[in-house]
Ligand binder design. Structure first.
Ligand SMILES: [Zn+2]
Length: 100
């Protein structure tokens, strides 16, 4: 539910005209933009994990959702780094065992 921008009465989210006072309601189409931005934040945090940590602490109070996106980008970067690290370690072990 949202509130009429004119009379302040509770109205349906998709209401174009307020049933109480008949005033036109502004379309709230901010969600797709927000989602797109979240992807950008995720990619930034993924590419520069330290930026993700800084952004996490910067947005933690003002925008917890964005903070979560940033820190998940950082965590994903660490996860990928860990997988690559384990893979490299595995290659090294195989090399050590079979490459004598
Ligand atoms: Zn109204």
């Amino acid at each position: 539910m949202k509130y009429c921008s004119n009379c302040g009465k509770e109205i349906f989210d998709d209401a174009v005209i307020c049933p109480m006072c008949g005033s036109m309601q502004e379309k709230t189409e901010q969600k797709p933009v927000k989602d797109k931005m979240n992807v950008a934040w995720f990619i930034i945090s993924f590419l520069w994990w330290w930026v993700g940590i800084i952004l996490y602490f910067a947005f933690r109070k003002s925008n917890p959702q964005k903070a979560k996106v940033c820190i998940s980008g950082t965590i994903s970067a660490f996860a990928v780094a860990a997988v690559i690290g384990l893979f490299a370690l595995g290659v090294n072990i195989i090399d050590g065992v079979f490459g004598l």
